[in-house]
Design a protein. Structure first.
Length: 363
């Protein structure tokens, strides 16, 4: 099978979550079953993916707009089928199209996006609904969200992301790395774009209430400011460190008292899985896709009740034996999410897309 994979996000200076997903998929796809061809609008990156081709001289934003407006042509990249790993959906007139839809936060929480972003992603979803021979989603939650938006459930494949777990990790410099950021030694950690749907003010209130009781805890927030104002973060115990390298993020996760995901909407919640894989205890909102990822290996709570979050964080902070047991449960669960199994499921979705498309062509 020859696969044409759009890797536009991989060529960006900061690949983001979709870029990480695409890179992991490229690495895990079985080479004896899939011959991979990759394309984007940029010049080849230093670590160019397999058989990379620059398919346009235009700025990627302009090219994407053309893709979404004019669907009568085909992308000039070899492949029996074409996979768009995001809602930047290339035209695929002469072959089946596969689209990954990570979530539809742009519809449920439009205030977290620019007006252009909402329009762009809404158009991409409409194209996927109309043209895709298969749609891949990372969770049953996103599956159900798409069905509510009129997507044929027969076309949707639920394929969780995987996680890479390093067997032998050098943690000797973790403390020094965290100290170099100016972060106190005892802290609660949250990772993600700082935007309204991440529900971070609630977490701030929970930590603040513990500090008022004498708990010496800080709150460290990793990630850039997103679209939309987030109030309630301006406290001396809140440390916004912005984007950080993987080395720094891993050190923060391993050093944190607990990793918290208070989001009210997540299509998968990859940082929660990453924290679990780093042997860090997790507290998460019991909504959206997070119960599918965290399961019974973390503490799931009402995302609107700061008091129950404060109680859960306090127990993690004061009961070391409990915290270590929770972390171990998370690590065991994280090991069940592998990129090998995810890639095999992707290949099965590709084969089903080819079968579906050929049936449609014959009819």
């Amino acid at each position: 099978m020859k696969l044409a994979l759009h890797v536009g996000q991989v060529t960006q200076p900061i690949p983001g979550g979709i870029g990480r997903y695409t890179k992991s998929l490229i690495k895990a796809l079985p080479k004896d079953e899939v011959t991979l061809y990759t394309f984007a609008c940029a010049d080849p990156p230093v670590d160019a993916p397999p058989r990379y081709k620059k398919i346009s001289r235009l700025n990627y934003r302009l090219e994407y707009s053309i893709w979404h407006r004019f669907r009568s042509r085909d992308v000039d990249c070899e492949g029996d089928l074409l996979h768009a790993p995001s809602l930047a959906v290339p035209p695929a007139k002469s072959r089946p199209l596969v689209v990954t839809v990570h979530d539809i936060a742009f519809l449920r929480h439009p205030g977290a996006f620019s007006r252009r972003g909402v329009h762009f992603h809404t158009r991409g979803l409409a194209i996927a609904r109309k043209e895709a021979a298969a749609i891949i989603v990372p969770s049953r939650f996103t599956h159900d969200e798409l069905v509510r938006e009129g997507v044929d459930p027969a076309l949707i494949h639920v394929i969780p992301h995987g996680i890479d777990i390093e067997p032998d990790v050098d943690t000797t410099h973790d403390t020094d790395i965290v100290t170099s950021l100016g972060v106190p030694s005892r802290f609660v950690l949250a990772v993600g774009t700082l935007e309204p749907r991440k529900n971070l003010p609630m977490l701030v209130r929970a930590v603040d209430s513990l500090r008022n009781k004498g708990e010496d805890l800080a709150l460290v927030l990793v990630g850039p400011r997103g679209w939309g104002e987030v109030k309630g973060l301006d406290h001396d115990f809140v440390y916004e460190v912005g984007r950080v390298s993987d080395e720094i993020l891993n050190a923060l996760m391993r050093q944190a008292i607990v990793y918290c995901v208070p989001s009210i909407y997540e299509g998968f919640g990859m940082p929660a899985l990453e924290a679990m894989s780093r042997n860090t205890a997790v507290i998460a909102a019991g909504v959206a896709s997070l119960p599918e990822v965290v399961g019974d290996a973390g503490v799931l709570l009402d995302p609107l009740d700061s008091a129950v979050w404060a109680n859960a964080i306090e127990r993690m902070s004061t009961d070391e034996e409990y915290r270590k047991a929770q972390a171990q449960r998370g690590l065991v669960r994280a090991k069940s999410f592998t990129w090998d199994s995810s890639a095999r499921a992707h290949v099965a979705a590709y084969r089903e897309a080819l079968r579906h498309w050929r049936t449609q062509v014959r009819s």
